[in-house]
Design a protein around this ligand. Structure first.
Ligand code: S3P
Length: 415
């Protein structure tokens, strides 16, 4: 059945986390509209509430009272959210706030050494379970650092920058491959002394609170990607996705979709809090394969599961390399993509750092193991639109991590 219609989405997950955290450093009342409705962002809001940052969700907006970040009385539950755990550790370490951060079983397996190392060099006193959650933070004052990121990670970069806001002296972060830059954009927009020059970011500590703000979060391009993929894949489809975040550090999926031959156009660009938004029209067309490696990977990292689904329908060999970070996400996404696609009958080879897929192949419906991973669930729901026979996910609910309304939205556009 074709995918047709006009869709609006809740706000981008990455920007939503940052908006809540930076509101806590502001001098007044902040309003965030179109905040992500996912459980991950709610984890951030709940953690901040425990730290004394009051907020209220009402009529599609969240109002946050800045200036009250303090010591929580109980552990901070980060749920499934790596962004909550890593960014909050940086923010709290900078402020010298004693706290314990915990996560669910997936998050507790994910590497935290990548933030513990630079934050400890800055002076943070951090105990962890061998580089994993739970993390225990003790109070200490921090000093700015000149840090070259060993992995392309916006979470690590942001943890260091958030700590640097409250450190003594300047902080410099150098990236070997550019990762999403929402922290830099938002900090600049709210009056912090931050400058970006090529791959180098320089930040001075805050001398006064950030200014309070009223922000409408642009729609999440990582959620929009699933609908764009559905429209590109199913013959006779055409969809209009409204007010999508258009940021070059996040556009890898849409760039790849265009290279693969999908019908695509961006319309009605505008500015929102220093970020660009635009409407995106996507329509079906015959697809060809694409190859991706560094430095393209960080800009498409969260969309690689759905890119793999596209690749099964594209003429030729799609190769994704240098994506070893995918093994460290909410699940081992390389293994999850390859095992599920193989079971659907795709021609797929698993690599240590990616995968090779030869298309086109007819997919057959089967049972999908989501590993509780929202992006695997959504990618294979899209694969199910093309499959012969029924596709059944072992866990429908995990989509709530980033987009609880995913299945309702899909129901609206399948005609
Ligand atoms: C995010 C950064 C990325 C991404 C994650 C959100 C962020 O993770 O995969 O979904 O908001 O900074 P890494 O920084 O680990 O690459």
């Amino acid at each position: 059945m074709p995918v047709k219609g006009i869709l609006s989405f809740p706000g981008d997950k990455s920007i939503s986390h940052r908006a809540l955290m930076l509101a806590s450093l502001s001098n007044g009342v902040c309003t965030v509209r179109n905040l992500s409705t996912g459980a991950d962002v709610e984890s951030t809001r709940q953690c901040l509430l425990r730290c004394g940052v009051n907020s209220e969700r009402k009529d599609g907006k969240v109002v946050i009272k800045g200036g009250a970040l303090g010591t929580p009385e109980s552990p901070l539950q980060c749920g499934n959210s790596g962004t909550t755990a890593r960014l909050l550790t940086g923010l709290l370490a900078g402020k010298g706030i004693c706290s314990t951060l915990t996560g669910d079983s997936s998050l507790s397996k994910r590497p935290m050494r990548r933030i513990i190392d630079p934050l400890s060099t800055m002076g943070a006193l951090i105990n962890s379970e061998d580089g994993h959650l739970p993390i225990n933070l003790k109070s200490n004052s921090l000093t700015g650092i000149d840090y070259t990121l060993p992995v392309a990670s916006a979470q690590v970069k942001s943890a260091v920058l958030l700590a640097g806001l409250s450190a003594e002296g300047k902080t410099t972060v150098r990236e070997q491959t550019k990762s999403r830059d929402h922290t830099e954009i938002m900090l600049g927009h709210l009056g912090a002394d931050i400058s970006v020059s090529g791959s180098r970011i320089d930040l001075s500590p805050l001398t006064s609170p950030l200014r309070s703000f009223d922000l409408t979060v642009p729609a999440d391009p990582s959620t929009a990607a699933f609908f764009a993929a559905g429209a590109a894949l199913v013959p006779g489809s055409e969809i209009l996705l409204k007010r999508i975040l258009r940021n070059s550090t996040r556009s890898g999926f849409f760039d790849a979709l265009e290279k693969m031959g999908a019908g695509m156009e961006w319309l009605e660009e505008s500015d929102e809090g220093g970020e660009t938004t635009a409407d995106l029209r996507v329509w079906s067309a015959p697809l060809r394969s694409v190859s991706l490696s560094q430095p393209e990977i960080p800009g498409i990292i969260d969309e690689l599961p759905v890119l793999a689904v596209l690749a099964t329908q594209a003429e030729g060999i799609t190769e994704v390399r240098d994506a070893d970070e995918l093994r460290l996400k909410e699940s081992d996404r390389i293994a999850a993509i390859c095992s599920n696609l193989l079971r659907m009958g795709a021609d797929v080879t698993e690599l240590d750092d990616g995968f090779v897929i030869e298309g086109p192949t007819t997919l057959k419906g089967t049972r999908i193991d989501t590993y509780g991973d929202h992006r695997i669930a959504m990618a294979f729901t899209i694969a199910g639109l093309l499959a012969d026979g029924q596709t059944k996910l072992d866990d429908d609910l995990c989509v709530e991590v980033s987009c609880p309304e995913f299945n309702d939205l899909l129901g609206k556009v399948i005609k």
